[in-house]
Design a protein around this ligand. Structure first.
Ligand SMILES: O=C(O)CC1=CCC(=O)O1
Length: 93
């Protein structure tokens, strides 16, 4: 199943710089592993914002929740999920 995801990152302004760097490094490793595994085919920065839009490919809602809640930045993000269905007018299905 495909899901469109928007993640807005809200790190505290006064977060310890080492903790921030560690979190971001762990986020990068986690999402890059999910990309290698084929579960995260699109990851785009929202221009001008500390936010991303993504498409993830997982078996079901439970796997989606496991993927998202495992993100090191999960406690610091607002996440909006949109389930995707096939558009009947798309030519290359
Ligand atoms: O948008 C960000 O920087 C947060 C994030 C989610 C997955 C990732 O690699 O970074």
């Amino acid at each position: 199943m495909l899901y469109h995801i928007r993640m807005d990152v809200n790190l505290p302004a006064d977060m310890d710089p080492e903790e921030r760097a560690d979190l971001l490094a762990r986020e990068r490793a986690y999402s890059q592993q999910a990309q290698r595994d084929g579960h995260w085919p699109h990851l785009w920065r929202v221009a001008g914002e500390f936010a991303n839009v993504s498409v993830v490919d997982v078996a079901d809602h439970d796997e989606l929740h496991a993927l998202l809640s495992g993100l090191p930045l999960f406690p610091y993000m607002d996440i909006e999920v949109t389930p995707l269905a096939v558009h009947p007018n798309k030519i290359d299905q």
